[in-house]
Design a protein around this ligand. Structure first.
Ligand code: F6R
Length: 612
């Protein structure tokens, strides 16, 4: 949510900033802006909307002499997506220019305090209050660094800043509190970014700033202090991703690329962890014995797609390991009196590891001495620092805003965890354990089989893409599949789509069914509820809804009942959510592509939601 990039060196800053912002565009696209410094003045260029608008603004000028700069891509929080609210923001006299990711919670108080002191405000943003407040503190300090240190102690909320001043043109100051920021180390040049993709391919060595760090970055030096002004020594680390990870590799959209690479991703997720059906599952990083020695119940906390993975996890952990599991949206968990305690294993699932609600919830659970297990795709993310156990997804960087490969990797990782618990507790007999392990090992091949049939899924999408209402129904663990399928469709196509437990249809939603509605259902032939869901589909058919099935069943009757059938390979009901979701991802993709949507950057959304 919002992206930041900074550059200080001997090369032209503009291309570095624009390249960096391009790779961060999935974090926001309400406006974009850069500020560049040529040692005598700082010029700010901004544009509403996508980065391409900013590129148009910049296209007629040359910026060769500007070798320092900061850039920003905005996802609007405070203040509409207008030019006035676009970053960078300047202090009134222009001596402080900054970009910001996060929210300044006390900006109203600061604004009125600063207004009394004679400052004027030209935007509705919290960020402008920070720019003027830093300027105010700077004016009574000997250096920009000292001014920033004074100011950050008076700011409440979450903030990552890149700050420049015309008075001290040889530096950029980077600040991190509850919003990620890294510094990339080059030769005679240094970089700052809110996430690795912004600087991937430019540097291989980075410093992860921690909350409470202030880095003064010049072209040949990086000095980090804490908010009290004490020097902090930082570890230099190597970037774990290749530039290739953020290329589309010829696909029209990142989403299609990420859907298509899922079989390889799952091979990676399983590697070393599950190597044979007779061998124990090995989850290095997960303290299974410690967990089992004290866990009476499990709470899983997540948001969005990760919450759907949590729904599947509840089903399988209870079925395989017999431990009671509750799941909750992080945004709900953090504002209610809960019963989390030291005997609760709290699992936080977050692809990005930066979702503010999930991090806050995990911090709260940590304070209650719960064992914290984090399931994330980003081992370098903020949530990891609270983890007692860590289960990385190994799905590679996910660029498309809509989560696809990370969801499949979440499911597979959580199956491994559930089976590991079952193995340790001996709650599943050996024959079944071996069967489930065998099925997991076969997942990559079965994913390939589904993906190779994507043409026929596209044909179905071509037929139905103009429909305005979709219902997704399923039972058991696949209720999560239904909800995830609906979420995927609505977020990238803007079609109204809702997921329900199939049995709930008749308790209200059925009132909406008619010939203009599509009902997508997931039904597994070996399930105890197969006949029940068939009845639910009959009920929908009686209301003239168009019916599409995702199933592995060869039942002839389905050809009579359904308008379309999408076949998936045979799999046990327990593991079926892993496969059943893939056609729904493809349907959402092809429908949205037919509608000409901006699939990788759907309106109003951003990849990581770093504000509560
Ligand atoms: C949907 C989607 C979002 C995220 C949610 C949580 O496609 O991507 O619903 O799943 O914002 O994000 P993470 O998993 O990064 O915490």
């Amino acid at each position: 949510m919002c992206g930041i990039v900074g550059y200080i060196g001997s090369n032209t800053a503009v291309s570095v900033l624009i390249d960096g912002l391009k790779n961060l565009e999935y974090r926001g696209y309400d406006s974009a802006g850069i500020a560049m410094n040529n040692d005598s003045k700082i010029n700010v260029y901004r544009a509403e909307g996508k980065l391409s608008n900013l590129c148009n603004v910049l296209s007629s000028s040359s910026f060769d002499e500007y070798t320092k700069g900061i850039g920003h891509i905005r996802w609007a929080t405070h203040g509409a997506a207008t030019l006035d609210n676009a970053h960078p923001h300047k202090s009134n006299d222009g001596s402080v220019v900054l970009v910001h990711n996060g929210i300044i919670e006390n900006f109203k108080e600061l604004k009125s305090e600063l207004t009394e002191k004679g400052y004027n405000f030209f935007s509705q943003t919290d960020t402008e209050a920070a720019a003027n407040y830093i300027d105010y503190c700077y004016k009574s300090s000997v250096s920009l660094e000292e001014g920033v240190i004074k100011a950050v102690n008076g700011l409440k909320g979450a903030f990552a800043f890149c700050i420049m001043s015309e008075n001290e043109p040889d530096k950029i100051i980077a600040v991190r509190k509850n919003a990620p920021l890294i510094v990339g180390l080059g030769e005679n040049e240094n970089f700052i970014a809110s996430d690795i993709p912004a600087i991937i391919g430019k540097v291989s060595k980075i410093i992860y700033l921690d909350d409470g760090d202030i880095a003064t970055v010049t072209k040949d030096n990086i000095k980090v202090k804490d908010f009290a002004g004490n020097v902090v020594n930082k570890k230099v680390e190597t970037i774990a991703f290749e530039a290739e990870a953020i290329s589309k590799r010829g696909y029209k959209h990142f989403m299609l690329k990420e859907i298509s690479e899922q079989s390889d991703i799952i091979r990676n997720t399983l590697a070393e962890r599950l190597t044979g059906t007779n061998l124990p599952i090995n989850l290095a990083g997960v303290k299974v014995e410690e967990i089992l020695s004290k866990t009476k119940r499990i709470e899983i906390i997540a948001c969005g797609t990760s919450l759907h993975a949590a729904m599947v996890a509840k089903n399988i952990i209870e079925a395989f390991a017999g431990i009671p599991v509750s799941i909750e949206a992080a945004s709900e968990y953090i504002y209610r009196k809960n019963i989390t305690d030291a005997e609760t294993l709290v699992i936080g699932i977050s692809q990005s590891g930066e979702t503010a609600d999930t991090i806050t919830a995990i911090k709260q659970a940590k304070d209650k001495n719960s064992h914290i297990m984090v399931v994330t795709n980003r081992e370098d993310s903020s949530i990891v620092r609270y983890a007692d156990s860590l289960l990385p997804l190994r799905a590679g960087i996910e660029v498309s805003v809509a989560a696809t490969k990370s969801y499949t990797a979440q499911l597979v990782s959580l199956y491994l965890f559930a089976l590991k618990l079952a193995e340790a507790k001996k709650t599943v007999d050996n024959i079944d354990l071996r069967k489930f392990k065998q099925e997991l090992l076969e997942i990559p091949a079965k994913l390939e089989q589904i993906l190779s049939g994507s043409k026929s899924i596209k044909e179905i999408a071509d037929k139905y893409y103009k429909i305005k209402d979709f219902f997704y129904i399923a039972r058991g663990a696949n209720v999560a599949t239904a909800m995830e399928g609906a979420l995927k469709l609505k977020e990238i196509s803007y079609i109204n789509a809702n997921g329900y437990p199939a049995g709930e249809l008749k308790h209200g939603p059925i009132a909406l069914l008619d010939e203009n509605v599509v009902v997508m259902s997931v039904l597994m032939p070996n399930s105890s509820t197969y006949d029940k869901i068939i009845s639910n589909c009959e009920e929908a058919k009686a209301r003239k809804a168009k019916l599409i099935a995702v199933t592995s069943s060869n039942d002839e009757y389905l050809n009579v009942l359904f308008d379309e059938i999408i076949k998936i390979p045979e799999i046990s009901e327990e593991l079926s959510p892993i496969l059943a979701n893939i056609p729904l991802q493809l349907m959402a993709y092809y429908i949205s592509d037919n509608l000409g949507r901006e699939i990788d950057q759907p309106r109003n959304l951003a990849k990581s939601v770093t504000v509560e």
